[in-house]
Design a binder for this molecule. Structure first.
Ligand code: GTP
Length: 342
């Protein structure tokens, strides 16, 4: 059985961190995000197809250096084809019913249960669903009691919402779904293909699951997923190898080879590898990229600092994105699309 992992997006909402790396490789508790997804795949999935485009070389290198006990195929799109186009482009590797997973979800979804559900319903498509409180920020499903999805409603008012369930970014599909996708053009699975399958087959089902789910699409959700996983493991903080910590850390995660000076205080902050933080620095709800230097007495709140940046001493930054280098060629100026539907 095959699983396609969609990992070709630019991750514009996570810039400047994604100026220099694929979103799927962003570290979560010091492990690339996509590794969590690969490790939750059922045993019967023996082939993982990484649908890539932006920063494909980085993804290839990381995956080739690790043994997941499954065949890994890095399927490089000539240009971004969207969530549907990327699936069509992987068609040659598909031999039966298959998973499609967004690379940026961290969740407790049990994919074996999802297969069972799909088979019991004799479904053509099964889509994972997650309940939310703020329905008006998402596309929600309109679904019968037996899980049969009738349609999606974009950003409804709470009183008009047919449910509180949203697309959680994991699908189990019959191969016939591939016939709906045109070859070689940008196609959105969610906006173009799913509505057609609902109309034509009436065998489109929603699989709600319990536990936890995060779409690691924004800086805040990236920080929050760390806090959640730390809490789950009853850790106040986590750190990589060869770190020297002279300050205080709470609900924070630091990478390898990080130095933190005396009386510095990090709260709800993620620090990547090879970072030096001086004395009496205060960082709250921040992400600090690789090879950065944060000088003495700086105070950063709700701020993200891209790789290789230097923050001068005594500076106060609130709600800032720090990036003083050229934006990589071809990187989009704004978000191209958001399939989850925030
Ligand atoms: P934003 O620019 O911040 O919206 O992030 P994104 O580019 O990752 O887009 P989004 O979060 O909407 O994408 C959901 C998933 O689909 C992510 O895992 C993306 O990597 C993936 N994805 C989006 N567009 C493409 C594409 O054109 N090709 C491939 N292979 N994957 C894609």
């Amino acid at each position: 059985m095959e699983a396609i992992i969609l990992a070709g997006g630019f991750g514009t909402r996570l810039r400047p961190l994604t100026y220099t790396r694929a979103k799927a490789l962003l570290p979560i508790l010091n492990k690339p995000m996509v590794f969590y997804l690969i490790s939750m795949l059922p045993k019967e999935v023996d082939k993982v197809i990484l649908a890539v485009n932006y920063r494909k070389d980085q993804i290839e290198k990381h995956l080739k250096n690790n043994d997941f006990g499954k065949e890994i195929i890095v399927n490089d799109e000539p240009e971004p084809l969207g969530t549907g186009g990327a699936v069509k482009f992987a068609e040659k590797h598909i031999t039966g019913p298959f998973f499609v997973l967004n690379a940026d979800i961290i969740c407790s979804l049990n994919l074996d249960d999802m297969i069972d559900f799909h088979e019991k319903k004799n479904a053509v498509s099964t889509i994972s669903l997650w309940p939310v409180k703020n329905v008006s920020e998402f596309g929600v499903v309109d679904m019968k009691d037996d899980g049969n999805v009738i349609g999606f409603v974009e950003k409804p008012k709470p009183e008009d919402a047919p449910s509180n369930l949203i697309n959680a970014g994991a699908y189990f599909l019959e191969p016939e779904v591939l016939d709906y996708i045109e070859t070689g053009r940008l196609v959105s699975m969610e906006k173009e293909i799913f509505p057609q399958i609902i109309n034509d087959t009436r065998k489109f089902f929603g699989f709600e699951f319990k536990g936890y789910w995060t779409d690691v699409g924004r800086i805040q959700s990236y920080i929050d997923v760390h806090k959640f996983l730390l809490k789950n493991q009853q850790l106040e903080y986590s750190k990589g190898n060869t770190c020297e910590i002279n300050g205080k850390l709470s609900e924070s995660c630091i990478g390898n080879n990080v130095f933190i000076g005396e009386n510095s205080n990090l709260e709800s902050t993620i620090v990547f590898d090879n970072v030096k933080i001086g004395k009496r620095a205060v960082l709250n709800n921040c992400v600090i990229g690789e090879n950065c230097k944060i000088n003495d007495c700086s105070r950063l709140t709700n701020t993200v600092v891209g790789d290789n940046e230097i923050i001068v001493e005594n500076i106060v930054l609130d709600n800032k994105m720090v990036w003083n280098q050229p934006v990589p060629h071809g990187y989009p100026k704004k978000q191209i699309g958001n399939v989850i539907g925030e």
